[in-house]
Design a protein around this ligand. Sequence first.
Ligand code: NAG
Ligand code: NAG
Length: 185
Amino acid sequence: MLRFVVTLFAVITSSTCQKYGCLEGDTHKLKPSREPNMHECTLYSKSSCCYVDFTEQLAHSPVIKVNNSYWNRCGQLSKSCEDFTKKIECFYRCSPHAAHWIHPNDTAAIRSVPLCQSFCDDWYEACKDDSICVHNWLTDWEWDESGENHCKNKCIPYSEVRKPDQLKQKKMALRVLFFFLNIWV
Ligand SMILES: *[C@@H]1O[C@H](CO)[C@@H](O)[C@H](O)[C@H]1NC(C)=O
Ligand SMILES: *[C@@H]1O[C@H](CO)[C@@H](O)[C@H](O)[C@H]1NC(C)=O
């Protein structure tokens, strides 16, 4: 019995350790640590994979670009969509839990992050008047030699992509979420 408990403890400890690493993106720390003076993404200030300096880029409006990624390739985001996009950017750059859903082929990316339906619906509501040119952040951008992103495809309003029936509409919202979360779909 004791042996069982010790083994179980070891399993729990090792899986807990793993969970607290960071992704390997260009702005990520090796390990999360406290960042008491964050300008944005304060949800993660107790344990953060991004530095305070990174969050300065998000602490105003409009946000034109974050490092080399431009947010306005299909026009400036609406305020509601920009606010949502900031939440996602904070999760990707700063969350100590993001590495749970690390992409098997790209240690700087995440995939298949579980989402609440309500979060998904709110996100769609926030961005429905904005336009997009990518479904998949990893494969649908064209990156130039200075590392900046450009549209390969035409910009389409979210509302035009949406299909009338509920199920398809939800699927569309999910694809849009996947696009923001750098997920391979
Ligand atoms: C990203 O942007 C921040 C703020 O401008 C800068 O301090 C940092 O060096 C940049 N990181 C990379 C990898 O470009
Ligand atoms: C990872 O790469 C392999 C080999 O190229 C491919 O078969 C697989 O579908 C990729 N996985 C994902 C999640 O993209």
